[in-house]
Design a protein around this ligand. Structure first.
Ligand code: 2YH
Length: 285
């Protein structure tokens, strides 16, 4: 699992508007709208409730410690989405207690292993890996505006990749799994196959493993790996669509320019949006 660095997330605050515009260009929807599609809630309802939903972000010193701008960047994303948010001045257990006592509706906090949101009233958790996998898959689905093909290669079968695959299956896609650890890919296939046993229109299973997967053979790709040199420029075409929840991204800066509105990647924004809307959902339904 990648631990974000301060430089990974510096500048996010000032780029929120332009990143949101990029998301609209890619999918036809804003960040908040993609999160709403992902969570199955009405954007108008979310817009109405968000400003009354108070979120406290608690810095955590455990393990490798504070990432200097992490809590502030998470808070900036939440505020951008319309939530009422404050970063706790105290950390860890004291920060958690002070934040609860301040009467918040939800709490966001992360250590080196998990990044969670917690809704006080329902007692429900939003897990960043799950939320990130699901929202990137939703974004890929929305990028496929012609609605053709609907088969995606999911590279990396960790929590983010498996949640992306799950969401794609729920949206009616077929998924081909790849992981350098073939055992991991096969275990993921078995689990997903149990959950989504319905075949595609030709009678084939909608979940499979391709041990020799070549990115150039797929139009729609999820890069859920921490590899920086995963996909070469010559493996991408005019018809490739790529979402990259993985950090660092597995393509070059040149490939980003080439793909333009056919690639989505960020370090925190979509995952945080998905977590926040999934918590608010418990207040709606
Ligand atoms: O970056 C991370 C983990 N890799 C989260 C994994 C979630 N999928 N955690 C951030 C740690 C933040 C730090 N404890 C702080 O500043 O509060």
């Amino acid at each position: 699992m990648t631990r974000l660095s301060s430089s990974d997330i510096s500048g996010i605050n000032s780029r929120l508007h332009s990143y949101d515009k990029h998301l609209v260009d890619c999918t036809g929807r804003s960040m908040l709208d993609i999160a709403c599609v992902c969570c199955g809630v009405d954007p108008d309802c979310v817009c109405e409730l968000a400003s009354d939903y108070k979120i406290g972000v608690v810095p955590v010193t455990a393990g490798l410690g504070i990432i200097s701008n992490f809590s502030d960047v998470v808070a900036a994303i939440l505020a951008y989405l319309g939530f009422s948010v404050e970063v706790s001045e105290t950390t860890d257990v004291t920060g958690f207690a002070n934040t609860v006592e301040a009467g918040v509706d939800g709490i966001f906090m992360a250590d080196d292993n998990r990044f969670i949101g917690y809704d006080m009233k329902s007692g429900r958790l939003a897990d960043n890996s799950e939320a990130t996998g699901r929202i990137y898959a939703t974004a890929l689905h929305l990028m496929n505006r012609q609605n053709n093909d609907r088969q995606a290669l999911v590279i990396g079968c960790g929590p983010v990749g498996c949640n992306a695959a799950t969401r794609l299956l729920q949206l009616g896609w077929s998924v081909v799994l790849y992981d350098t650890d073939t055992g991991k890919a096969e275990s993921a296939r078995q689990l997903l196959q149990t959950l989504h046993a319905d075949p595609d229109s030709t009678g084939r299973a909608r979940v499979s493993v391709d041990k020799e997967a070549r990115p150039e053979d797929y139009l729609f790709i999820v890069d859920a790996t921490p590899e920086s040199q995963l996909i070469c420029e010559n493996q991408l075409s005019e018809t490739s669509y790529l979402v990259i929840p993985g950090v660092p991204p597995g393509i070059t800066a040149e490939s980003f320019r080439f793909l333009d509105t056919r690639v989505i990647h960020d370090k925190l924004e979509l995952g945080v949006a998905s977590m926040a809307v999934s918590l608010l959902k418990y207040r709606i339904s």
